[in-house]
Design a protein. Sequence first.
Length: 292
Amino acid sequence: MDNNDRIIKYMAYDGKVSITCADTTYLVEKSRQIHDLTPTTTAVMGRVLTITSMMGVDLKNLDESITVQINGNGPIGKIMAVSNCFPKVKGYIQNPLVELPLNQNAKIDVGGAVGKDGYINVIKDIGIKEPYIGITPIVSGEIAEDFTKYFADSEQKPTILALGVLVNKSGVQSSGGYLLNLMPDATDEIIDKLEKNVSNIPSISKMLSDDMSLEEIAKVVTGDNNIKVIEENIIPVYECDCSKEKFEKGLISLGKEELKDIIKNDDKIETVCQFCNKKYIFDKEYIENIIK
């Protein structure tokens, strides 16, 4: 599969509506392979990675980050994704091997997997002393509906959001999303037109699988054929920034006595990154040097 993933930002209706469109097919397929995800957990992870990368685009500097934590107390447990402004994004699901029957609409049961009894936490670290933390209750577990409520309650942004992942026997066929924000001067007429458009168009994953371009999708969603590109050439990627040095800091935080207890019984410590499954092994000599 070629990496044709893109995020493009547009303005519609002479600047009264902004729309960000994303194709994250390659990114989500990579996460499926890394975590050995089932169709159900692929659909969940794909939606979460997509919205996290779309939010990451709005960060200003490489040292800023956005972390999404979701716990709906469903069978898949906790979900987490992290993005920078690039956006380089990574994520994990607590129980990646969960697989559920299709729901009553014959679609992957994302809501049943995530659960509805819990919260979304969004943590924005933008370089100030205390990161911004927004918390909203989960509405349905379907992710897009939950984040629509988050944007309304925590960021006071009227938002229309769609996320979708289409999975076939060989993996991810398509994955992506669109995020519409209404500017303060958006008229009732524009809002009515957007609501009618969104209710009558195919799903984002269907439009992407039909090889529609992000520009075509933006035009269909907004109903405006005169949209203007604000930012393009944004390529979201699944990439982990773990390192042996970071895990060494984690070992140091355990303290000398606990490290001494560990090497009494074991001649090495093996750590595994939850985001990329890479292993880091610290032998006895290495740990003794850390203790010194």
